[in-house]
Structure formats: C-alpha cells, structure tokens
Ligand binder design. Sequence first.
Ligand SMILES: C[S@@+](CC[C@H](N)C(=O)[O-])C[C@H]1O[C@@H](n2cnc3c(N)ncnc32)[C@H](O)[C@@H]1O
Length: 230
Amino acid sequence: MKEETKKSLQAWQTNAKFWDEAMGDRSNEFHREVVRPYVTQLLEPKKGDFILDVACGNGNYAAYLACKGVRVVAFDYASELLTLAKKRQHAYLDQIEFVQADATDLDSLLTLKRDRPYHKAVSNMAIMDISEIEPLFQALYQLLDDEGIFVFATQHPCFVTLTDRYMTAHQYQGEAIAGQPVLQTYYHRSLQDIFQTIFKYGFVVDGFRESCFRDPEHPEIIVVRARKRG
Ligand SMILES: C[S@@+](CC[C@H](N)C(=O)[O-])C[C@H]1O[C@@H](n2cnc3c(N)ncnc32)[C@H](O)[C@@H]1O
C-alpha cells in the first residue's frame, strides 16, 4: 500500500468506532436528507440488482439496498469499520458480502470481480477521502456490465473546502463529524479534474445533482451518475 493511502487508512481505523456509533443504524441527518435521496434517485436500485458499494463505512447504505432485494458486495479498506459493519448489519449478511479492498489499488479492486459483472456501483461521500481515484474508475469499467452505472456523492469542491485553492488538486486535514478522535485527510479535486477522470476511463455523465443542507444557495455535495460508454 502506498504511503499516502496508509496515512489516510490509519485515521479511518482510529475513527472507526466513533464513526459507527455516530452513524448508528439510520445514518445522520445529513446522509438521510442530503445524500441518500439523490443517490437513490440516480441509482434506481431494484430487486435483483447486483451492486458494488465503494467505501461502504458501517454498511448502512448496503443494508438499505439489501432491504430492496439487491445483492451487494460492499468494500472498504478499514478492517475496523468492516468488523463493525458485519456486526451492525448481521441481519443482512445473506445478501451483503463485506470485503476489504483498497480503492487506490487496481489489483486490489479487481479482486472484487465475482461470477458476473455488477449492474451498478455506488459510493456515498468517499471520493473526497480517497487519495487517488484513477484506479477506481479504471477498475469499475472492468467490473460493471455493458450498461453499468456508477453513482457517487462527494463534497462539492466549489463550496466545501478548508483552503482557498480550487483549481489545483491538494489535500488538507479536517473532520467528518465534530469530535472525532483524529483528523482525516481530504483530497480536493476541481470539478474539471473529477469529470476528466470519469471521461478518461470510458464513462459519460448522464445524471447530476447538487444538494443543499442548511443553506439553500450553497450546495454541499454533488451527486454524479457515470455510465459506461458503449
Ligand atoms: C465519509 S466515509 C463514508 C462511508 C459510507 N460510504 C457512508 O456513506 O456512510 C468514507 C469512507 O471511505 C473509506 N475509504 C477511504 N479511502 C479508501 C480507500 N482507499 N479504499 C477503500 N475505502 C476507503 C473510509 O474507510 C470510510 O469508510
């Protein structure tokens, strides 16, 4: 594992218990009201779907999908979070396979290949936590079926940052939830950088939302649907 990934992993391992307790079974208000509705709208999960949950955290969204009759492979690089996810989502383990994989490592991602391609992939609020995103898009192109889509929600890079730089990719330390044990690393990318990566690896964008929390004029997240080009 690359040094940068190791550094970010260490923070998620340390914060795992705090994160799981803060999200509980229902996730927080931000996830419930800002993230999930738009992700679900663009993902359109339905019974019989086979979906990859990228950077699944404590597995709440995987469980939500399982309730809809979806089979899920949910991965994260933080073993501590996966242990808590398996415990919290024990009622759904016949439908959800929790596995450890690193989203910055192509070989690791390709271990997520199963006996059939995924119909869809989803990622809630993790793209800004992943130190390098090119391997993820490269792998998803191989893991998804020909009609496959990848829906992700991530911090709006224009409105949510702790620095005054926009165009240049950079990293900074911050808190996902107030009071977490240690700060984590955020990886800022401009919209242009995010979209160029999507296009570079064979996807087009056919769905896009900006979602607000407390301030209706300043969206905190973007939700993107990337679809495999035929
Ligand atoms: C803000 S949390 C979101 C968790 C979950 N998707 C949710 O919405 O509750 C970000 C997640 O990204 C995971 N993550 C960050 N970098 C990763 C990587 N390189 N590979 C796999 N998971 C990663 C973290 O462990 C953490 O679970």
